[in-house]
Write a protein that binds this ligand. Sequence first.
Ligand SMILES: NC(=O)c1ccc[n+]([C@@H]2O[C@H](COP(=O)([O-])OP(=O)(O)OC[C@H]3O[C@@H](n4cnc5c(N)ncnc54)[C@H](OP(=O)(O)O)[C@@H]3O)[C@@H](O)[C@H]2O)c1
Length: 166
Amino acid sequence: MPIISLIAAMSENRAIGLNNALPWPSIPADWDNLKKVTQGKKMIMGRKSYDSPHRLWSEAGNYVITRQHDYAVDQGFEVVRSLEEALEKCTDQQEVFVLGGEEIFKLAIPIADRIYLTIVHQVFDADTFFPTFDESAFDITDHMEFKAGENTPYDISILTYQRKGS
Ligand SMILES: NC(=O)c1ccc[n+]([C@@H]2O[C@H](COP(=O)([O-])OP(=O)(O)OC[C@H]3O[C@@H](n4cnc5c(N)ncnc54)[C@H](OP(=O)(O)O)[C@@H]3O)[C@@H](O)[C@H]2O)c1
């Protein structure tokens, strides 16, 4: 099994999405970090995240989780029926990324080895949120701070949580 990593950005009120888009304008420092850590890794996403204007794509491969039959996806993406099916297709990988959204994070947090979590130090209106999780089950192994103006319009923290014992 690969290392199962989640990557997400949430605000102080755990907002991650609004109207199937991100609640905030682009945060270049966060995108740069996301591109760096996911480079060359397969990605797994929910159908709504696939449908959003901020859709992500990896050259290594991309899985879209849906219950719909005959759901058509663009080249470079593959439809799967469950998170488990996506992970079965990644057994030869060293690390795989679960990109969300909320529904898929809820499924993946219990089995996540790592969570790369950006905290945007603002409050935003939202309709989707990053689930609370048992932070005591993880060590914080990396912590970066960017102040507003340093390639980001807001103060942000980028944390890496590593599951204890994994
Ligand atoms: N800030 C961030 O880091 C971040 C990251 C990703 C996404 N987002 C935001 O999050 C929002 C989307 O999140 P969301 O929770 O609404 O949607 P989502 O998790 O992206 O996708 C939900 C869809 O996944 C499929 N699905 C869910 N559970 C399933 C299961 N057990 N088996 C099979 N298929 C399943 C269903 O697709 P069907 O309806 O097709 O069956 C469901 O409608 C957007 O606003 C997006 O911009 C934010």
